[in-house]
Design a protein around this ligand. Structure first.
Ligand code: AMP
Length: 214
């Protein structure tokens, strides 16, 4: 099964995709993570992408598609987190026969997004996601799982969050319409904490699976 997670930054796409990977064996493909890795490793692609990412703007399609193709196994089960971000990226999936079975639109209020992202901290070693208030680590600044140092993403600062939300709003309506027209769109309320949203997501995916068999 191939799933696309759509939703504003802070909707919980990364957390849900990680849970689907751990519990259901999906491969989690986050274009944001792949691009951040290119930036960290200071590759030519990373240097180009960085200029857009630090301003909260979308990276040009050609660069994103290049990292995606390098990392996606089109024949396995995967969950795409952060891709596609616009219609031309959605068409690229279709044209390459790696289109998803279901696109999940995660619905969440702006105020919740801002609070989630500004408090988000990430382990620099294992990638585990924390929140200063909702899910703090036992020891400040240190990952409970592997002892790695926690950091804040450059683009999780409030002024950049606002820009990312604006970009999302501009692109998402069309994208949501695109999947609705193809009868692939499902909505999930993502205002509650991760486990509750995960439960709703599994319910929606289960319904979809049942329909498919009949
Ligand atoms: P994310 O981790 O999904 O919030 O992505 C972080 C940043 O990476 C975004 O603000 C964009 O600059 C860039 N990015 C990630 N995925 C894409 C994509 N599919 N298309 C264009 N830019 C992307």
């Amino acid at each position: 099964m191939k799933i696309i997670l759509l939703g504003p930054p802070g909707a919980g796409k990364g957390t849900l995709a990680k849970l689907l990977e751990e519990r259901k064996g999906f491969s989690h493909i986050s274009t944001g993570d792949l691009l951040r890795k290119e930036v960290k490793e200071n590759t030519a692609l990373g240097a180009k992408a960085k200029k857009f990412m630090e301003k909260g703007l979308l990276v040009p399609d050609s660069l994103v598609v290049e990292v995606l193709k390098k990392n996606l196994n089109p024949n396995g089960s995967f969950v795409l987190d952060g891709f596609p971000r616009n219609i031309s990226q959605a068409k690229m999936l279709e044209e390459n026969n790696i289109d998803a079975d279901t696109a999940i639109s995660l619905k969440v209020k702006d105020a919740i997004v801002i609070s989630r992202l500004s408090g988000r901290r990430i382990c620099s070693k294992c990638g585990k996601i924390y929140h200063l208030v909702n899910m703090p680590p036992k020891k400040e600044g240190v990952c409970d799982v592997c002892g790695g140092a926690l950091f804040q993403r450059e683009d999780d600062r409030e002024e950049v969050i606002k820009k990312r939300l604006e970009v999302y709003r501009k692109e998402s309506e069309e994208l949501i319409g695109y999947y609705a027209e193809r009868s692939k769109l499902k909505e999930v309320d993502a205002n509650a904490e991760a486990e509750e949203t995960y439960r709703k997501l599994i319910e929606v995916l289960g319904e979809d699976g049942k329909k498919r068999k009949n």
